[in-house]
Design a protein around this ligand. Structure first.
Ligand SMILES: Nc1ncnc2c1ncn2[C@@H]1O[C@H](COP(=O)(O)OP(=O)(O)OP(=O)(O)O)[C@@H](O)[C@H]1O
Length: 272
């Protein structure tokens, strides 16, 4: 792991990133590897590829188009507090996201980012506070979301049915989402035989089925190669410009000047 991190730092410098940003990216990657127990190659790919993706995202594409109009509030999180035993994971958290806006949720490992998204998705119950969602919801969890023994096609049909799509509409929609992420699912291949990054593309495609009004994305790009990572952010801006309210858990601070709201959970965690 140390060798991979050193190579990442060298590559980031080679791409002209400053010491602060390089240090931050390396520290975030190290923390992720420690917590997940994954190998660096499985989590991030080769260091030069990952560094190139990070570098390309600095000052990269798509500022909001001029005259962009945001719509009504789609997600309203008010005063969310969550404790696990005696530990306060979230303390009085507020977040508002309108149609056509992107919010980034950042914070140290364990600061409650995934917990907040699970609460927003209705999968965990807060001790206090409310979540109001106006419209259809799509949720891309950090882990899971994909069943090992189903093909991509079967996932599209199954999840599509829950979103009111018939078989052919679900297949069409799923393949459309996959194509937008530069992935062409092969018929008959079980999800357990997909690479980590491709499973995440399936996960993300499923979250987008039925064109949700509110999209919750929990570090959905893990394992993406450079091209896929850039495609992912392009897609985010496209969905935003199409009126979707988007929440992205991210650890790459260089994206933050391009989002509408940044919710940093580090302080809440530290105060607990
Ligand atoms: N079901 C649970 N029971 C007990 N503790 C939990 C549960 N789910 C999460 N936690 C704890 O709550 C804290 C916040 O976890 P969470 O996964 O939300 O953090 P995170 O900010 O998403 O972390 P990471 O950056 O590592 O993904 C952690 O200390 C975690 O161990």
């Amino acid at each position: 792991m140390d060798g991979w991190l050193a190579a990442l730092a060298a590559e980031l410098h080679r791409h002209g990133l400053g010491s602060d940003l390089t240090g931050h990216v390396v520290a975030e990657a190290a923390a992720h590897l420690r917590d997940s127990g994954e190998s660096p190659l499985a989590a991030f790919g080769p260091p030069d590829t990952y560094a190139a993706a990070v570098a390309a995202s600095v000052g990269g594409p798509t500022p909001a188009p001029p005259g962009r109009v945001v719509g009504p509030v789609r997600l309203a999180v008010r005063g969310i507090t969550k404790r696990y035993r005696r530990r306060t994971v979230l303390a009085d958290v507020d977040l508002t996201v309108r149609a056509g806006e992107v919010a980034a949720v950042i914070g140290a490992n364990g600061s409650g980012k995934s917990t907040l998204l699970r609460i927003c998705a209705g999968l965990a119950r807060p001790d206090r506070g409310t979540v109001r969602i106006d419209g259809r919801l799509g949720y891309c969890p950090q882990d899971g979301g994909v069943s090992d023994f189903l093909t991509a096609d079967e996932h599209f049909v199954l999840i599509g049915a829950g979103r009111g799509l018939d078989r052919s509409a679900a297949r069409r929609a799923g393949l459309g989402q996959a194509t937008a992420l530069d992935w062409a699912p092969k018929p008959g291949v079980l999800a357990r035989h997909l690479s980590g990054g491709t499973r995440q593309k399936l996960n993300l495609s499923l979250a987008r089925l039925g064109t949700p009004d509110v999209l919750l994305l929990d570090e959905p790009y893990q394992g993406f190669d450079r091209g896929s990572y850039l495609d992912f952010w392009h897609q985010v801006w496209r969905w935003r410009d199409g009126g979707t309210a988007i929440v992205v858990v991210t650890h790459l601070l260089n994206q933050l000047d391009r989002v509408d709201t940044v919710l940093d959970l580090t302080r809440a965690e530290a105060a607990a």
